[in-house]
Design a protein around this ligand. Structure first.
Ligand code: SF4
Length: 218
């Protein structure tokens, strides 16, 4: 099975989107080339050699604060670590960074086989190659979403700072069922929140808030 660059693995509650509130094990992969100006996980974007820990370094299971340090993990080692931390049946969130820049198919299958409810959070800028049982949260950003990824998505969670963030993807969004779509105000600013509320009411879309930030969760 392929190795993956992993920033951190931790337990928390899913704070965003349709699965808000679910106890979850988060597997944050390292590396992202999308380049959103308001990225709140910048520490997981770069893969600089000086930030590389030894292979299969358990430090990624013990982080208490955000840092760019990451390990190259064998998938089987990673799954064993997840099983030691979390109980099967839980939501297992593969996030980043941009997880689909790496080969996550084996990891998603191994976690599904182990009994986890797997969720992949992706910008949709790379092919989404994951187990058919995985729930895909597509979070479109400024770079184009690959056309086939709109069809693979189980939910759309759209970060919104200005009306342009909706307009950029409006054609694709309007072809999807309304109950798949959430608008999420970037950084919870008053203006972005007011815009999202207005557009949710107008279009019958859902509001997603980053609830983990209200209660100081990772
Ligand atoms: S896709 Fe995610 S990790 Fe990458 S730059 Fe954008 S917000 Fe940051």
């Amino acid at each position: 099975m392929p190795a993956l660059l992993v920033n951190e693995v931790f337990l928390s509650l899913q704070g965003e989107g349709v699965r808000t509130g679910l106890p979850s094990v988060f597997i944050r992969l390292q590396g992202c080339r999308v380049g959103c100006p308001w990225c709140d996980t910048g520490y997981a974007r770069t893969t600089a050699p000086q930030d590389r820990l030894p292979d299969n370094d358990g430090a990624v299971f013990a982080k208490t604060s955000a840092s760019p340090s990451h390990t190259c993990a064998q998938t089987a080692w990673l799954v064993r670590g997840v099983l030691a931390l979390a109980r099967p049946g839980m939501n297992a969130v593969i996030t980043g960074g941009e997880p689909c820049e790496q080969g996550i198919a084996h990891l998603t299958t191994a976690l599904c086989d182990a009994g986890f409810s797997v969720q992949v959070e992706t910008s949709g800028t790379c092919p989404i190659l994951c187990d058919a049982r995985a729930w895909v949260t597509l979070s479109p950003k400024a770079r184009p979403v690959l056309p086939e990824n709109w069809k693979r998505a189980d939910e759309i969670k759209l970060p919104v700072l200005t009306i342009e963030d909706i307009a950029r993807h409006a054609g694709a969004l309007e072809r999807l069922p309304a109950n798949m779509i959430s608008l999420q105000p970037v950084s919870g600013t008053h203006a972005a929140t007011a815009l999202c509320v207005r557009e949710c009411l107008r279009r019958n879309w859902r509001l997603s808030l980053q609830t983990q930030k209200f209660i100081n969760l990772r």
